[in-house]
Design a protein around this ligand. Structure first.
Ligand SMILES: [Mg+2]
Length: 307
């Protein structure tokens, strides 16, 4: 089957950023997961597993009233900033930003296409609203986020907050721990560092390739307020983000890390917890099955017209 034989329709729904009950995030996260599958099968390349695994984190962070942002005024000076340090996970960020109203949802069709603002790794120079910085070279984005938090807290002395997400394989980069050291040294309680802890990386289990554990003790020793949760449990994610905002309000003098235990490929049965889905897209047949599992109301096979 060719991708042209699939009926790929993106729903027009845009979601508000407001306080919600935990169960309200399920449909938003499912929508984001459907977008990820559609973007990837249309692109014919890209990363499937990581973005699917982070959909719940993004749903709660962007649509639960935690981050301050204005989609129609993306560079509003009072906004909180989000840095996706694991830049290859960008399909989840593109879907989230589109669903928040930063740019037209139909633009999701252009992932990885020549001239698109939605490149395979996020580029600030592409001009896509909501992309605060270019990322992908692993270990760099979190350092940029620390710089943002540093300038907010000690130069501009404002009350903005910086959220950043790293992968867990990414923590094998030495520069990550320099960033951690600086964040604690400068008492950056306006920094919320999220670790997507799926124990998967490009070619194996993180604990087999190069163990980063025990992660909680490492961050604690570096001077962080350490929170841990099931990264697919909305109530637990909410409790962590609430605690971070409280830490910031109380100026605890420490950065916060949320170690979110996730499963790569979450939501698609044949991708779940399998590192081989790190860097490949679904075939049209696999996309059909995935979208059926994700209850996509549009998906169908278009029969070729007989000549
Ligand atoms: Mg990982």
């Amino acid at each position: 089957m060719k991708v042209e034989n699939l009926r790929i329709v993106f729903s027009p729904t845009v979601y508000e950023n407001r306080r919600r009950r935990p169960e309200e995030f399920a449909e938003i996260a499912r929508e984001i997961r459907r977008d990820i599958i559609k973007m990837l099968v249309l692109a014919g390349s890209g990363h499937s597993g990581g973005p699917l695994g982070c959909a719940d984190i993004h749903a709660v962070l962007f649509f639960g009233g935690y981050m301050r942002y204005r989609p129609k005024e993306p560079w509003w000076v009072g906004r909180d900033r989000y840095v996706l340090s694991a830049g290859h996970l960008c399909p989840v960020l593109y879907a989230t930003l589109a669903r928040a109203g930063f740019f037209p949802i139909e633009e999701l069709r252009t992932l990885r296409k020549f001239g698109s603002r939605l490149q395979g790794h996020p580029g600030r120079d592409m001009g896509l609203p909501g992309i605060e910085t270019s990322t992908a070279s692993l270990g760099q984005g979190i350092s940029i986020a620390v710089g943002m938090a540093l300038s907010d807290k000690w130069l501009d002395r404002n009350d903005r907050r910086v959220f950043a997400l790293t992968g867990d394989g990414e923590l094998q980069e030495g520069s990550v721990w320099e960033a951690a050291m600086a964040a604690a040294h400068y008492r950056l309680d306006n920094l919320c560092w999220i670790v997507d802890n799926n124990d998967c990386q490009i070619d194996g289990r993180v604990h087999d390739v190069m163990s980063i554990y025990p992660l909680d003790k490492k961050f604690d020793a570096f001077g962080f307020a350490v929170l841990e949760c099931d990264g697919h449990n909305y109530a637990e994610l909410m409790a962590c983000f609430d605690q971070f905002l409280e830490n910031h309000r109380r100026s605890i003098g420490k950065p916060t890390v949320i170690i979110a235990h996730t499963k790569m490929g979450r939501g698609v049965s044949f991708m779940e917890d399998d590192y081989r889905w790190h860097g490949k897209p679904p075939t049209p047949e696999q996309a059909l099955k995935a979208l059926q599992e994700l209850e996509d109301p549009y998906i169908a096979v278009i029969e070729p017209i007989e000549a």
